[in-house]
Design a protein around this ligand. Structure first.
Ligand SMILES: Nc1ncnc2c1ncn2[C@@H]1O[C@H](COP(=O)(O)OP(=O)(O)O)[C@@H](O)[C@H]1O
Ligand SMILES: [Mg+2]
Length: 270
């Protein structure tokens, strides 16, 4: 509507009024100038709208991503922390009963079990906090954040971790991808701690097949990934997959019983 109305009015003015008061050459000049100004005003108007829509779309996408991430964290907390606390609650109940019976040997055993469960919960909380703060940790550089993560894991578990950065410590080009990679590595390490009985872990990066790839390899007992992927209450691997997909990437799990596990997160290079 805008441009049509503008052209109609301009043409009317030109034929009805300008032609009478100005020579033809000047009428053309005025027409050209008015057209140019009109086009500029109109395009800046359209660009303004497009830009605002684009901003709104990005904000919406960011909000959706944050919401999804929150859902994942909630699922993880339900899986880990909430279940541990429920177990502790049960043990405390039992402790109460044992106290009543004055069965001190059993009480001592139960206390040891409770302490182990509390420690585990502490680790789980730290994991969730780590996931929440992954963006912050990225400020010190992707590889530095990974190395610190590996050190902390080794300190907690006694499992040795070697981190092998890309040449020149080249980082993922995309910050969101980098955050998701840190989280995926964190979840892989949590699985190594919970399930693998490994002694050593190697985390290595490479550029391959047009992708930035990062692998977490353990020398533990391995498992059958075709069964591991869709088991009712085990969300870890599917959450990893979702996180990778949210930044256009994928996760590949290679494992075999008795032969360790390799989890690779791959994000295409644009
Ligand atoms: N590094 C690993 N070593 C051995 N088994 C693993 C490893 N990672 C995953 N698994 C197996 O895959 C299953 C699914 O893992 P996941 O989806 O993270 O759920 P969860 O950790 O809650 O059990 C685990 O229960 C475990 O049996
Ligand atoms: Mg897991």
């Amino acid at each position: 509507m805008g441009p049509t109305a503008f052209v109609t009015v301009a043409e009317l003015v030109r034929f009805v009024y300008l032609r009478r008061v100005l020579p033809p050459a000047e009428v053309s000049l005025v027409a050209i100038l008015v057209t140019l100004v009109g086009a500029a005003v109109f395009s800046s108007f359209v660009f303004g709208i497009v830009e605002r829509m684009e901003k709104e779309r990005t904000a919406y996408k960011d909000a959706m991503l944050a919401l999804k991430e929150r859902e994942r964290l909630a699922r993880e907390m339900h899986d880990g922390l909430a279940q541990n606390l429920a177990a502790i609650n049960l043990k405390v109940h039992r402790l109460n009963k044992l106290l009543h019976d004055q069965d001190y040997a059993a009480i001592a055993d139960e206390l040891v079990a409770i302490q182990a469960a509390v420690n585990l919960s502490y680790t789980e909380v730290r994991q969730s906090l780590y996931d929440l703060k992954a963006g912050q940790r990225l400020a010190e550089g992707f590889w530095t954040a990974l190395e610190k993560q590996a050190e902390e894991f080794s300190r907690q578990t006694g499992i040795a971790v070697r981190v092998e950065p890309l040449p020149d410590r080249q980082e993922p080009w995309n910050e969101l991808a980098a955050v998701q990679m840190l989280r995926i590595v964190q979840e892989s390490l949590a699985n190594v701690r919970r399930h693998s009985e490994a002694h050593q872990v190697r985390i290595y990066g490479r550029l391959e097949g047009g992708e930035f790839r990062l692998s977490v390899v353990d020398d533990g007992k391995g498992f059958d990934p075709t069964q591991g992927l869709d088991r009712g209450h085990h969300y870890g691997l599917s959450i990893m997959q979702e996180r990778a997909e949210s930044v256009g990437g994928r996760v590949v799990v290679q494992s075999q019983v008795g032969k360790g596990t390799e989890v690779t997160v791959a994000i295409p290079i644009r």
